[in-house]
Design a protein around this ligand. Structure first.
Ligand code: NAG
Ligand code: NAG
Length: 215
């Protein structure tokens, strides 16, 4: 799986690089130089196509219950609250415009009507988070509703677990939002944290809530 991820990322780079070279060879007095904004665009395209691809679990290839994991994205209104990581902010218009052009990548979510039969709670307020092989991605959100919107925008997502990973977010107060393709009940919510953080603290989980999408 790891090899596949790297290979896919490399292919993306090549594809995007080819585009950039084509653009750069357009008639111009200085063919080798690009403006700062084109450079930013090109750099962002490369970086986003590598990190936010489906093959890379939309930026979070290591699931949250494994050592070394980090969230893949932030969908919420307070980017300044994200401390310690550089995460793509899914309400930034330039990031969203670029993601719209990239195949097999996460796109910025658009609010959608609630599913026909709603979100069915499968557990609430647990001190464990879902740990399962149908994991799709995880990121940070401000609210449970933000996590629901993410799931509605990721193809195949049917289950969300939102929780506070205390000490596990470099001090960010945001909710963790983990997406899965199958629904889970409390019996799978057995990630209790326990990972030692860079500052020596140990993380633990509170307020873990599971919701299954019944469309
Ligand atoms: C950068 O990308 C955005 C979104 O695709 C586009 O609107 C803008 O014109 C681009 N800027 C340059 C200099 O290419
Ligand atoms: C959630 O559980 C904690 C204990 O783990 C408890 O202190 C708190 O009151 C509970 N909250 C709700 C809304 O039930």
């Amino acid at each position: 799986m790891h090899f596949f991820t790297l290979l896919t990322a490399a292919m993306f780079s090549v594809a995007v690089r080819a585009d950039i070279e084509t653009a750069a060879s357009a008639p111009s007095s200085s063919a080798a130089a690009v403006s700062a904004s084109s450079f930013t665009n090109a750099t962002l395209q490369l970086s986003l196509s590598n990190t936010l691809s489906q093959a890379n679990y939309y930026g979070a290839p290591i699931p949250p219950w494994e050592v070394g994991s980090h969230p893949g994205w932030y969908y919420g209104t307070d980017p300044a609250a994200i401390i310690g990581w550089v995460l793509p902010w899914l309400l930034d218009s330039l990031i969203c415009d670029i993601l719209d052009l990239l195949p097999f990548c996460l796109h910025c979510p658009v609010p959608k009507p609630p599913p026909k039969n709603g979100w069915v709670p499968t557990f609430s307020n647990l001190t464990g988070a879902t740990q399962a092989s149908d994991y799709m991605t995880y990121g940070l959100v401000d609210t449970i509703q933000g996590c629901e919107t993410m799931c509605l925008n990721v193809n195949g997502c049917t289950f969300i677990d939102t929780y506070h990973d205390v000490n596990g977010k470099n001090g960010s107060p945001q909710l963790t939002c983990a997406l899965f393709s199958l629904c889970h009940d409390a019996s799978d919510a057995d990630n209790k944290g326990g990972q030692t953080q860079p500052d020596g603290s140990v993380d633990y989980i509170i307020d873990s809530n599971g919701f299954c999408l019944h469309s």
